[in-house]
Design a protein around this ligand. Structure first.
Ligand code: AMP
Ligand code: MG
Length: 352
């Protein structure tokens, strides 16, 4: 299959009506279209078609019990597909359109193939203008996981999608780089409270401004025990991993620099370092993830730099263990999983 890459100007969607119509026709025929969202690139299919959903799992090599998120144009469009609640609308008012996914009881119109057999469905209303226009023009709810091969770092550019999906899907819409860089925050409603299943740009602190009771699932920061059943099926799978082995270093900057230099003498490694450390690391292959204090930049660049380190041919990638505070929780969650929980304590721990 020939994969067509089509550029769309996010700031002038009107100029891309023909491309959007072509993409919509593919979706209506049961085909797959990759498209940009504000979080990462999605691999879209008609959420009302079991066959289309099955072809998403096949294209990604994704286990069939890991459910897909259904993307809608407006929060109230969820009514057709799920049982909403007043709490859903309070959250929607605060965070939609945007990087928040809410799990609700599903209505029968959503095929079991989309939800991996669960009786709930994940609903998201993306703010990216290309994603929004694709849902509007197609007139469909779009089931979309991240547009990478299963287990790989999620794509934040159309070129990343092309790397993974060339020859596998008919069309990729190229709207430039995704803003956030990691997937949406996923929450489950639980009475008057919510349970955070996957951290993202909507942080626990932001949720607590709307809902008093926000609990964080232990799977966000911990490794699942043997035989333990997660609240979100996706939590049990290896995720976000580069081909190289990623090792997270927990310690101060001087120890990080010294450790990486020592390792570089014994094999080919790439350091994912802070901008402040680039000078000290000139002798070692390194990629900056941004300034130490800039969690947003680090989140934005994480998946891109993991792919870049692989492209450099690294056997090992060394990176800082991020903070779990605020927006750091999403970064921490992705990095410990990309590293398969491989953390090394280095140097003398300093209190920041
Ligand atoms: P991705 O499609 O790669 O963004 O991953 C979607 C995430 O949402 C996965 O971790 C899924 O397990 C989770 N998810 C989607 N639908 C549900 C659901 N109905 N119940 C629990 N988790 C869900
Ligand atoms: Mg994914």
């Amino acid at each position: 299959m020939q994969t067509k890459l089509c550029k769309i100007d996010r700031t002038n969607i009107g100029a891309s009506t023909d491309v959007l119509k072509e993409a919509s026709a593919i979706l209506r025929d049961g085909g797959l279209v990759a498209f940009p969202t504000e979080t990462v690139y999605g691999l879209g299919a008609n959420a009302l078609s079991a066959e289309a959903a099955l072809s998403v799992f096949a294209a990604k090599g994704r286990p069939a019990d890991n459910p897909l998120i259904v993307h809608v144009a407006r929060p109230e469009d969820a009514e057709a597909f799920a049982h909403t609640t007043p709490l859903y609308y309070r959250l929607a008012e605060a965070f939609m359109p945007g990087p928040l996914t809410v799990i609700l009881q599903k209505k029968p119109i959503i095929p079991d193939a989309v939800t991996g057999g669960l009786d709930s469905v994940a609903i998201r209303c993306p703010s990216d203008p290309v994603a929004h226009a694709l849902i509007e023009v197609s007139g469909l709810p779009i089931a979309a996981p991240s547009a990478n091969r299963s287990g790989k770092p999620s794509p934040t550019t159309a070129a990343h999608v092309f790397e993974d999906m060339d020859g596998i899907i008919p069309m990729i819409l190229d709207g430039g780089e995704s803003d956030v860089g990691v997937e949406s925050t996923v929450i489950k409603l639980d009475g008057e409270g919510v349970i955070l299943l996957r951290p993202g740009a909507v942080t626990p602190e932001m949720l607590r401004e709307i809902v008093e009771d926000v609990r964080i699932s232990s799977a966000v920061t911990e490794e699942l025990g043997v035989g333990e059943k997660p609240l979100s099926p996706g939590m049990k799978y290896k995720h976000y991993a580069p081909t190289a082995s990623l090792i997270l270093l927990d310690g101060p900057s001087e120890a990080f620099v010294a450790y990486v230099k020592e390792q570089a003498a014994t094999g080919f490694c790439v350091a994912l370092c802070y901008e402040e450390e680039t000078e000290a690391l000139t002798a070692v292959p390194h990629l900056s993830v941004g300034y130490r204090s800039d969690i947003g930049a680090q989140t934005h660049r994480l998946f891109r730099q993991l792919r870049e380190a692989d492209a450099l041919g690294a056997d090992y990638i060394y990176a800082h263990l991020p903070t779990m505070e605020g927006g750091g929780l999403a970064l921490y969650n992705r990095m410990i999983r990309a590293a398969a929980h491989h953390i090394e304590k280095i140097g003398k721990k300093v209190e920041d």
